[in-house]
Design a protein around this ligand. Structure first.
Ligand code: 13P
Length: 251
């Protein structure tokens, strides 16, 4: 089976403009990519403009996007402001859901807005530790997929990238085992199969304490099409090592 990957770094609230510029220049020098591996960075909003054209190998995305174009929405970011600056937008990250109380209904509106403005949405879903312990993982994932993708046409769903990020594995150093991740990725693929033809074309990324040491085993799973990386994407050595590993598996 053809293997292609998206290796994405979510910088969260890290790096000044200067640090972002230095990082992208250094990463560009260091990595070799092929057409089966796409490298993406989600920097803070303040860095997007300065780094967007620094590298042909690295695509830039936004960590969020609001569903209105303009108005009295202090602290939010409009699709019009991001247009022509980024190709990708992260939607529904667990930190947006948890800390900033975003609901599936908000996330659904954001996805629709992203599609309207021709961005590639990266939809994040995942269960909490409590839900996993209670055996509610699949139920939770299904609810998020159904509610977040509600009302979308088949072609629209096909253009979405999904990121499965178990909340208990984010920033904790505790990664889902490759088998645990594959199990949920396989389940997501089955859910997508009910909504689209050829769900194998949809990229499903894994996120949660991905590092060079565990990336080979994770990326070798058949339904894992890439990684969404937090901590390890902040350092050139670890991020470039994961990119290198993905290039070796891609074929
Ligand atoms: P960590 O890789 O730091 O666990 O973060 C994962 C994440 O939240 C990426 O969006």
């Amino acid at each position: 089976m053809k293997r292609e990957f998206i290796i994405a770094g979510n910088w969260k609230m890290n790096k000044t403009v200067e640090e972002s510029i230095d990082f992208v220049k250094e990463l560009d020098n260091k990595i070799e990519v092929n057409d089966r591996v796409k490298v993406l960075i989600f920097p803070p909003f303040t860095s997007i403009y300065s780094i967007r054209n620094l590298s042909d190998k690295i695509k830039i995305g936004s960590q969020n996007l609001f569903y209105e174009e303009k108005g009295a929405y202090t602290g939010e970011i409009s699709p019009l402001m991001l247009k022509n600056l980024v190709d990708y937008v992260l939607i529904g990250h667990s930190e947006r859901r948890g800390i900033f109380k975003e609901l599936d209904s908000d996330i659904n509106k954001k996805i629709k807005t992203a599609l309207k403005y021709k961005f590639n949405p990266v939809l994040c879903i995942g269960e909490t530790l409590e839900q996993r312990k209670e055996g509610e993982t699949f139920e939770r994932i299904k609810k998020q997929i159904d509610e977040d993708l509600k009302g979308l046409k088949e072609q629209e769903i096909k253009s979405i990238i999904i990121a499965y990020e178990p909340i208990w594995a984010i920033g904790t150093g505790e990664t889902a085992t490759p088998a645990q991740a594959q199990e949920v990725h396989g389940f997501i693929r089955e859910l997508l199969n009910e909504k689209v033809e050829n769900p194998e074309d949809i990229f499903i990324l894994y996120g949660g304490s991905v590092k060079p040491e565990n990336s080979f085993d994770l990326l070798s799973q058949k339904d894992i099409n890439g990684a969404l990386i937090g901590g390890a994407s902040l350092k050139i050595d670890s991020f470039s090592a994961i990119i290198e590993i993905s290039c070796k598996i891609a074929k």
